[in-house]
Design a protein around this ligand. Structure first.
Ligand code: ADP
Ligand code: MG
Length: 695
């Protein structure tokens, strides 16, 4: 039995792991025995029951056993080894495109083979390509698997069977080790009915054989429940910690005299909605305080978040501090710049602009104005927070974000805040509402204000799902909209991640529309245009010199042209719900009726159909956000899947949402009564990644 604790024991301690495998494990972020134990399966396969060949269905994963009846090499487009087996109820072929001579000999007629794989339709009827297989003694050879087979996340060159072998070794060692400490205080475990940690690990790596296969998604899987609970708790604790770290810092207490705010409100052509007023009250209360604000402003598309950010800015400027406003894209930053110029310049406020593309003397001048405090409000992209940008007295940072970038941006900004003696306040605006469960987990370190209603008189957008076969009619509807004095967007969506292709599609569409609608002026905007070009197209559209704007998804967020009341989205089936909702939100911004046509390319997959129907049936961003989470999962929504930030080993926000209230309660208990446990829990589940939340 090892003396050291499991995270001190290198993988090479296990039978069969040498330096080269150790390197492969490193790719999976597994460095010691504890990491290995916490490398958890993401699904299971059932290899405890042999299927009968006559009962299997296409697409099923099955365990089969049968006698080999033929074995031959076929020459088609690709050479393959085909081996047919029968269990007396039917015949199925196993097909190998990569095979060796030895394999052909081993799979000789009359032998019995046991195999596992997915059933598909092949040249000879039902087939399994590259099954996992082994030769067995006969039809009655005993089955070796007596529990569901865990399938782990893995990397090239690391087969599941080897992973299982090593994890089993680790489990045996942990069995006799006191090291896998149950960190959860008994009070919490019993209150929320959680099993012990070792039991949980045993269950998850070796599910009982009578577990149903859907057991992974079953909340009554006690092992998984315990681990998911602990993991969510660790994330929650981490967020709380970063929050309390922030609260220990000092922000300037912005004591506004409201002079500018009152002037601004006097000139505003509309009255704030009740929701807007409430949100601003919450924000200004925070700004008055010397604890740094970290507040999320949520509201549906079109609910009027920009005005609130303007009021918050004025509050800071009224108090003698500077404001930095960051938008996720150049085009959106540009638009905010225009709005703020319009709103603020006659109030005598100097509004500046900074983007990555600003170079040379103009950039130098801008930096000078910021450092001297001459520029009170700066608007731009990430460029606002590059190292050489210095502020005289930055009091408030506003981030208008597409929430799929949420976590990353907070990371850079908190970083920036570190460089000044006083931490600025932060206001984060999300493009669309965040589902409650996500807000409770990914944004647990933020306070939140929600604008519940849209400005008075807004009509729900009328949305239709139309097949590309009816493109002609869609073009006619543009003519109708323009004849009434309104404008339209035609959006060409991203094709297979290729920006170049979608730009090409937009160019072609713009040409076609120009031919079909000779009396209507058509404009084009996309991400590869120069900033001046983009700007002039957007200005022309705003001034109605352009009636139809063909665009890529660059116009997704924030573009605000209330006279446009028709939007055509091409290939909407490629987009997620949040993005569609965001795009569609470019219309419906005044009291005229707006329309959205989802122009899809048939045939539609089942999932795409479901997404598009959600869009047709609802314009409620809060509802759509919940559906989005349900259909896509949290990682996709937060865009953190690739980076590993905020990704869970075992918890799944959607499935485990029911745990979140209890997790929150537990995190409060731990902070109050068991503070010493917090750090260890965070370390166990987040390891080095915890840095992302504590910068
Ligand atoms: P979003 O919340 O999507 O960022 P915007 O701030 O762009 O929304 O506001 C959408 C549109 O509604 C803008 O044209 C804005 O001027 C207008 N608006 C904002 N608040 C009100 C209000 N209280 N009454 C009427 N129109 C408003
Ligand atoms: Mg906006």
């Amino acid at each position: 039995m090892p003396e050291k604790s499991l995270d001190q024991i290198p993988l090479t301690y296990l039978k069969g792991i040498g330096p080269s495998l150790e390197k492969k494990f490193a790719l999976l972020q597994i460095f010691n025995l504890r990491d290995l134990l916490f490398h958890l399966p993401h699904r299971y396969e059932d290899r405890t029951k042999i299927h009968s060949i006559d009962k299997i269905e296409l697409g099923e994963h099955v365990l089969l056993r049968g006698k080999i009846v033929s074995n031959s090499i076929q020459f088609g487009r690709r050479r393959s080894l085909v081996c047919s087996i029968t269990d007396n109820t039917g015949v199925i072929s196993l097909r190998f495109f990569h095979f060796s001579g030895g394999q052909k000999t081993a799979l000789a007629s009359e032998k019995y083979v046991q195999c596992y794989g997915e059933v598909r339709r092949g040249r000879s009827g039902l087939e399994i390509y590259h099954p996992e297989y082994k030769i067995v003694d006969g039809p009655d050879a005993p089955l070796t698997e007596d529990s569901l087979t865990p399938i782990y996340p893995t990397t090239e060159g690391m087969q599941q069977s080897r992973l299982r072998y090593f994890i089993n070794q680790a489990l045996e060692i942990s069995d006799s080790s006191e090291d896998i400490q149950d960190l959860l205080p008994l009070e919490i475990a019993s209150k929320f009915n959680l099993c012990g940690l070792i039991t949980a690990l045993q269950i998850v790596h070796h599910p009982p054989c009578d577990s149903p296969l859907h057991w992974t998604s079953d909340k009554f899987n006690s092992g998984q429940k315990r681990l998911a609970f602990e993991e969510l708790l660790a994330h929650q604790l981490c967020m709380r910690k970063s929050r309390s770290n922030l609260q220990e810092k000092t922000a300037p207490a912005l004591r506004s005299n409201n002079r500018l705010i009152n002037l601004f409100l006097k000139h505003l052509p509309f009255k704030l909605t009740a929701g807007q007023q409430l949100a601003f009250q919450e924000i200004s209360a925070d700004l008055n305080n010397k604890v740094p604000m970290l507040r999320l402003l949520q509201g549906d598309v079109g609910s009027g978040k920009t005005v609130i950010s303007a009021l918050a800015s004025l509050h800071a400027i009224d108090s003698g501090f500077q404001v930095a406003f960051m938008a996720p894209t150049e085009i959106l930053a540009e638009q905010h710049f225009e709005s703020f110029m319009q709103w603020f310049s006659h109030l005598g406020i100097k509004v500046g602009w900074l983007s990555g593309k600003l170079k040379g003397a103009s950039r130098a001048q801008q930096l000078k104005n910021l450092a001297s405090g001459d520029c009170q409000m700066i608007i731009g992209t990430h460029a606002l927070f590059q190292d050489d940008v210095e502020y005289k007295s930055l009091g408030l940072i506003i981030i208008d974000e597409q929430h799929r970038f949420g976590v990353h941006q907070r990371l850079t900004l908190k970083d920036k805040a570190r460089n000044t003696a006083l931490s600025p306040h932060q206001l984060i605006m999300t493009a669309t509402p965040i589902p409650r469960t996500l807000a409770m987990s990914a944004y647990a370190d933020l306070d939140s204000s929600v604008i519940k209603e849209l400005p008075l008189g807004r009509l729900p957008i009328d949305t239709a799902i139309v097949s590309n076969h009816r493109r002609g009619e869609v073009v006619k509807s543009i003519r109708k909209a323009c004849a009434g004095g309104n404008q339209a967007y035609w959006v060409c969506t991203l094709i297979e991640e290729s920006e170049a292709l979608s730009i090409e599609a937009a160019e072609v569409t713009a040409e076609q529309l120009a031919k079909l609608l000779p009396d209507i002026s058509i404009g084009l905007v996309h991400g590869r245009m120069k900033p001046e070009e983009k700007k002039s197209v957007m200005t022309n559209f705003r001034e109605k010199l352009i009636q139809v704007l063909v665009a890529t998804t660059v116009i997704e967020v924030g573009v605000d042209i209330p006279n446009a009341n028709l939007m055509i989205i091409e290939n909407p089936e490629r987009l997620g719900l949040a993005q569609l909702h965001q795009l569609r939100g470019r219309v419906g911004r005044s009291d005229i009726q707006s329309y959205c046509i989802l122009l899809y390319q048939p045939p539609l997959s089942k999932a795409a159909k479901e997404r598009l129907s959600v869009m047709r049936d609802s314009t409620d961003g809060f509802y759509i956000a919940e559906k989005d989470l349900e259909l896509r999962g949290a990682g996709q929504i937060l865009g953190t899947q690739q980076t590993g930030l905020m990704s869970f080993k075992i918890a799944e926000i959607g499935r485990d949402a029911y745990l979140l209230d209890e997790v929150k309660e537990s995190s409060e208990l731990i902070f109050e009564h068991y503070p010493e446990v917090a750090e260890s829990l965070i370390h166990r589940w987040l390891g080095e990644r915890k840095n992302y939340a504590s910068v």
